[in-house]
Design a protein around this ligand. Structure first.
Ligand SMILES: [Zn+2]
Length: 201
């Protein structure tokens, strides 16, 4: 029997599993990323009042191990699944919980990377770095134009992605190794949704 789980709950359940296996440096990094979040940020209301006060008044902590910081870390872990395909969440959560889980809901919209084509960018032309191929999105669209921040042309980056799995051999160490499973491509982007509608019907 399949268990249907709403997308936001699936992400939360995955994050709750992952938090216990984080290394101190990973906790510190997530806390640092989210410590100065804007009070208008919808996630801010998920932070307990006591922690909110500390975030407004203090610098990030030196010791990130206390569980007090878990709400902030969970926000960061959940955010790392923005735009990730339902099929990826299903596999992950099914493995964690030992049940056949189906995830319902539309993934957040992300934008296609001009190099690898995977929809991994929060915004276009804002120098976000693609998690799948490590291309820095400086708005290059022309194949043979030199991109100074990437130190190569888009065509070279595409060839390297095909060859090394990243815009360069060195960059392969920084890409998300499961990125191609996580993110949709334009030619596949409706697959999850169509599948889900058929499943529910
Ligand atoms: Zn890319």
């Amino acid at each position: 029997m399949k268990n249907f789980v709403l997308r936001k709950n699936a992400v939360l359940r995955i994050a709750e599993r992952e938090i216990s296996s984080l290394r101190p440096a990973q906790r510190e990094s997530l806390i640092g990323d989210w410590w100065f979040m804007d009070e208008d940020d919808p996630e801010f209301r998920l932070v307990p009042e006591e922690l909110r006060i500390r975030m407004r008044k203090c610098d990030p902590p030196d010791d990130c191990t206390p569980d007090t910081y878990n709400p902030l870390i969970l926000i960061g872990l959940a955010a790392s699944y923005r735009g990730v395909r339902n099929s990826y969440l299903e596999t992950k959560l099914s493995e964690y919980e030992g049940e056949d889980i189906r995830v319902l809901g539309k993934p957040e919209e992300l934008f296609g990377c001009p190099c690898c084509g995977y929809r991994s960018l929060e915004k276009r032309c804002e120098y976000f770095i693609c998690r799948v191929c490590f291309w820095e999105d400086d708005c290059s669209e022309t194949q043979d134009a030199y991109s100074s921040c990437n130190r190569m042309t888009l065509e070279e980056a595409e060839n390297n992605f095909f060859r090394f799995g990243a815009v360069s051999e060195e960059a392969f160490g920084y890409v998300d190794k499961e990125g191609e499973l996580k993110y949709m491509r334009d030619d596949l982007c409706n697959q999850d949704i169509v599948y889900k509608e058929a499943e529910v019907a």
